[in-house]
Design a binder for this molecule. Structure first.
Ligand code: HEC
Length: 217
């Protein structure tokens, strides 16, 4: 008798264990399962364009308050307005759909851009490259950045604007990325200013107009 009872008990235990593990697997329930840990399954939120009594217009979606400044304004380039998500030279430094760098600055280069470029260059580049761009910044003097590129090197003078944009944005070798610190327009402004610095070293008296060289003498 005892043997039969223990066999039955063991059988029931095995049956319960198997049912516990596999149980109602695959069957469909009408009620949601019991939640021991709800985690963040359900959160208080409003769905867009749904009726909602709290606001005076009676729906969940609200217009931004008057005077709100858009976080993403298009960038004004030589070929029109470009948004920041677009595959366009101003965002990538590359010709759209290719990996080739653009030759020239996609922004309109004028005195205001150069002035902005000088301002940003002196803050973000001069500590290493020096205010003249010759690679003799303070970091070299105090010995924390021994070999900084001289921006007047023939190689860098001949480099496309797009490649310099890529270097500034993502960094290269020992130079860290400046992209996270400088907005896109400022990076192009800095590049325009680097070109002006380079030109200031490359210029000869032949570049002067007749009037200018007459004034020199
Ligand atoms: C923290 C120091 C540091 C700062 C800041 C810095 N650079 Fe550099 N940069 C370097 C060093 C070091 C190199 C040489 C990298 C190498 O070849 O390993 C370099 C290289 C370059 C090159 C040449 C890249 C090449 O292809 O050889 C360019 C162009 C350049 N920097 C532009 C800039 C501009 C523009 C800024 C400012 C927006 C800037 N850098 C800010 C340290 C710096």
């Amino acid at each position: 008798m005892r043997v039969i009872i223990s066999i039955l008990l063991i059988g029931a235990a095995i049956g319960a264990a198997v049912f516990g593990m596999l149980g109602l697997q695959g069957s469909q329930m009408r009620k949601p399962p019991f939640e021991l840990f709800p985690d963040m399954d359900r959160q208080a939120k409003l769905r867009p364009q749904e009726p909602f009594h709290f606001f005076t217009n009676g729906i969940s979606s609200q217009l931004p308050p008057a005077g709100t400044v858009a976080r993403s304004q298009p960038i004004e380039t030589v070929s029109g307005e470009v948004y920041r998500f677009e595959d366009s030279p101003v965002n990538t430094g590359r010709i759209a759909g290719t990996t080739n760098y653009v030759e020239t600055n996609p922004l309109v280069v004028n005195a205001a851009l150069l002035e902005r470029g000088r301002d940003r260059f002196d803050i973000y580049c001069a500590p290493c490259h020096g205010r003249l761009g010759d690679g003799n910044g303070i970091t070299k003097k105090i010995g924390v950045m021994p070999a900084v590129a001289n921006l007047h090197d023939q190689r860098i003078v001949e480099m496309t604007d797009g490649e310099i944009f890529n270097t500034v944005t993502h960094g290269k070798g020992l130079m860290g990325a400046v992209g996270p610190l400088l907005p896109t327009e400022d990076r192009w402004a800095v590049i325009a200013y680097v070109r002006a610095l380079q030109l200031s070293w490359l210029g000869t008296t032949n570049d002067l107009t007749a009037g200018q060289s007459a004034a020199l003498k």
